[in-house]
Design a protein around this ligand. Structure first.
Ligand SMILES: [Zn+2]
Length: 458
């Protein structure tokens, strides 16, 4: 979203909440443009930049996918709150594992995963789709506090025998890792039913009766039924062993495969060929499946509801979340603002500001808010009168031909807001009788104009 213009347009109270606070907000944050861009970059339809070099990732076959691995590491490194394990498991094999530690139960682990290797050029459906969906879940959920740990895993060497996931699952079992569910995404972009129409939006969940895999399917279906998705589920039991979830079944972990419907014979006709390209992907279908998988991970992850939205008036930024601790940040310099640790903050200059909100063990960052009142015109002297000055009791403000709501903010000399009022008529009085003597600044703001007046209280 473009917060720059909205700062000017929304005036008295704007709430910025592009960051998610509820499961529905998480669903709404899944961005098809972002998914499409990742797909096109990761299948070499367009160039991308990896380690400052412009590159084309056309092929991701096992012996030829270092660049693809580097791309994934770079994408994940852009995110906060995760640690990356670049896991070399044999001479050419390399899993990319990103972990977001749970705030309450860090030992409870849920995995969302996909293989990123391929058998031919492009291979958009198999499995750039699953890879892009994992990256999108990471992009959204890494901004959130979650009770449980989420592992975003991208496997290598699936196509040569599930080698990457086998290595990881065996190691996890050996360590006694408490993995409670593994959501494996493999081929989730093709929906070709009813040629010439939009398809039937059926997708498969493949399960077998290993550990809690059937319960896990029920949980996914519960999420499917709790929110609105343009999807129709086909449960496949006994499900296929032919993807990475079966590495976890082999180690007695709960796991499912989710993807397009092989069960109804509606898989891509370009399977394992270089005809499997971006142009064959049903983007709305892929979008819906990514919303579902991201919503499921947010649900089992235990989304903690810290409101990291920020409200804004012409003078003040206020964190929506009450009863927390706060640190305001200057986004332009990426630095904390000394002393700015209240729920509200009054910037002294235009700029981009964010707030870090800590509630219990949970810290979330708001987005950067553009704070810019300098774009407003000043009131002309003929349009406004502020009198008497110096003032003892009532300060009168007269605005000629006023027809809109106007904000009055009175600050003391230290910049602290001491009085706030709005007027919709032409004349108003501010009672300053009970304020200490001294110098004050009155800020008067309409949607188009602003003025600041030095007032002396006697
Ligand atoms: Zn695959």
């Amino acid at each position: 979203m473009n917060t720059f213009r909205s700062t000017i347009i929304c005036f008295f109270l704007c709430v910025f909440s592009s960051y998610a606070q509820s499961i529905q907000d998480i669903i709404d944050a899944v961005d098809l443009d972002n998914l499409s861009l990742t797909l096109r970059e990761f299948t070499g339809e367009i160039t991308t930049v990896v380690d400052e070099n412009t590159v084309t990732i056309t092929n991701r076959q096992q012996a030829n996918n270092e660049l693809a691995g580097d791309y994934l590491v770079q994408k994940l490194e852009e995110l906060d709150n995760i640690t990356i394990n670049d896991q070399q498991f044999d001479s050419n094999g390399r899993n990319i594992i990103a972990t977001q530690l749970g705030k309450t139960n860090p030992n409870n682990i849920y995995i969302i995963c996909a293989h990123y290797d391929s058998v031919a050029d492009y291979c958009a459906d198999d499995n750039a789709t699953g890879t892009a969906a994992v990256l999108e879940a990471a992009r959204i959920l890494s901004t959130q506090c979650l009770d449980n740990t989420i592992v975003y895993a991208l496997w290598d060497e699936e196509e040569t025998g599930l080698n990457g996931s086998s290595f990881y699952a065996a190691q996890a079992a050996g360590n006694g890792d408490n993995i409670l569910g593994v959501l494996n995404l493999d081929m989730m972009g093709y929906d070709g039913d009813a040629p010439g129409t939009a398809g039937d939006n059926q997708f498969d969940i493949d399960i077998r009766d290993f550990a809690g895999s059937i319960d896990m399917k029920d949980d996914i279906v519960a999420v499917l039924n709790s929110y609105t998705f343009d999807l129709s589920v086909i449960v496949v039991n006994p499900g296929t062993f032919s993807s990475d979830h079966s590495s976890f079944w082999a180690n007695d972990y709960s796991a499912v495969l989710l993807g397009e419907s092989w069960e109804t014979n509606d898989q891509t006709p370009f399977y394992h060929s270089s005809g499997d390209r971006f142009s064959t992907i049903d983007l709305p279908y892929f979008h819906e499946l990514t919303k579902l998988t991201t919503a499921y991970m947010a649900t089992v992850g235990g989304l903690v509801n810290v409101d990291n939205g920020v409200s804004q008036t012409v003078t003040t930024l206020t964190a929506n979340q009450a009863s927390a601790s706060y640190q305001w940040i200057n986004c332009d310099t990426s630095s904390s603002i000394s002393g700015a640790t209240s729920q509200s903050y009054i910037p002294s200059v235009s700029g981009n500001y964010a707030v870090e909100i800590t509630s219990g063990t949970c810290t979330e960052l708001s987005e950067c808010i553009v704070f810019d009142t300098l774009g407003l015109d000043d009131f002309l002297a003929s349009e406004i009168k502020v009198f008497p000055n110096p003032v003892k009791t009532n300060l009168n403000i007269e605005i000629t031909n006023n027809t809109e709501s106007i904000a009055l903010d009175l600050f003391d000399v230290s910049g602290k807001l001491v009085l706030q009022k709005s007027i919709t008529n032409e004349v108003i009085s501010l009672n300053m009788k009970n304020l200490p003597r001294g110098v004050y600044f009155l800020k008067v703001s309409s949607s188009e104009k602003t003025g600041t007046y030095k007032i002396v209280k006697e």
